[in-house]
Design a protein around this ligand. Structure first.
Ligand code: MF3
Ligand code: CO
Ligand code: CO
Length: 272
């Protein structure tokens, strides 16, 4: 006879969280979002990605949080900074950001054991119209995906909404990376694919926590990873963008844990 000692409630292998767990995610998500807010004043041409990462590391530690990425599978930085044709997992370093560049900055923090994972696009100086357009559509695609989240819907509905919006604008959706469950672990079930058919995938249930983090390319969807083992780039070197929120499923929809306290969710851009 087996005695039920497992306290963790799961549906189809996906952890279901309590109201106290939501409070934990709110605190973690807030620090991650505040960190991205802090960066806005430092994003300008001439800055190195390594300097931005130093600011992030300091901010996270000063907030009483820990970086989830430092030490994760050998990664040594407090953020991923992915510029222009870099899809995700760009390694901060000596690269000097130039006028007209765009970059995604992705931060994951741990507060009291809970993970807050979020990323946004930033524009360095004045950027071209096509860069602004790609960033706007990518943000809208993430939000269209989030809008699908409610009990009874399917995980595939999220990717279906993202893909529909992207394709309508003749933009491709990267299939090589997904959103993911998170909570007391960084990467958990479910896989949140950003390109999917509506009505497919696991059912969405109150108490699930996951990220939605679509990557959209002006060119083809294909990517490859550089020899450093991390940096993912578009195969055709086309411009790419990404946004990421951590969310929780509520009784009637969703709660975004990583909303910008300063209203900086969508980047301010000056278009040439
Ligand atoms: N924050 C990324 C995500 O959205 C993961 C980065 S892992 C790292 O899942 F090691 F590259 F930092
Ligand atoms: Co993530
Ligand atoms: Co992330």
């Amino acid at each position: 006879m087996e005695i039920e000692t497992e306290q963790v409630n799961r549906v189809n292998g996906i952890r279901i969280h309590t109201p106290e767990d939501f409070a934990g995610m709110r605190a973690a998500g807030r620090v991650a979002a505040e960190c991205l807010d802090m960066l806005v004043d430092y994003v300008k041409p001439g800055v190195t990605t390594g300097y931005l990462d130093d600011l992030i590391r300091e901010f996270v530690l000063d907030s009483g949080a820990a970086s989830a990425t430092i030490g994760y599978r050998g990664y040594r930085h407090a953020s991923c900074i992915s510029h222009n044709h870099v899809v995700c997992h760009g390694i901060p370093g000596d690269r000097v950001m130039k006028e007209g560049d765009i970059a995604n900055v992705d931060v994951t923090v741990v507060v009291d054991g809970w993970h807050g994972d979020t990323s946004r696009m930033y524009a360095f100086g004045e950027v071209k119209r096509r860069a602004t357009r790609l960033m706007d559509i990518t943000y809208d695609a993430m939000m269209a995906g989030i809008a699908q989240v409610k009990p009874g819907a399917r995980i595939g509905d999220i990717g279906a909404a993202i893909t529909e919006l992207a394709h309508k604008n003749r933009i491709s959706v990267v299939e090589d990376f997904c959103g993911h469950g998170l909570g007391q672990v960084f990467h958990d079930e479910p896989n949140v694919v950003h390109s999917a058919r509506a009505g497919t995938g696991p059912e969405i249930v109150p108490g699930m926590f996951f990220t939605i983090e679509p990557m959209l390319n002006l060119g083809k969807k294909d990517t490859y990873i550089l020899n450093d083992g991390w940096t993912a780039v578009t195969r055709d070197k086309s411009l790419t963008a990404q946004f990421e929120h951590s969310i929780g499923v509520t009784e009637d929809g969703y709660e975004i844990f990583t909303t910008s306290p300063k209203g900086y969710d969508k980047p301010h851009t000056v278009t040439v």
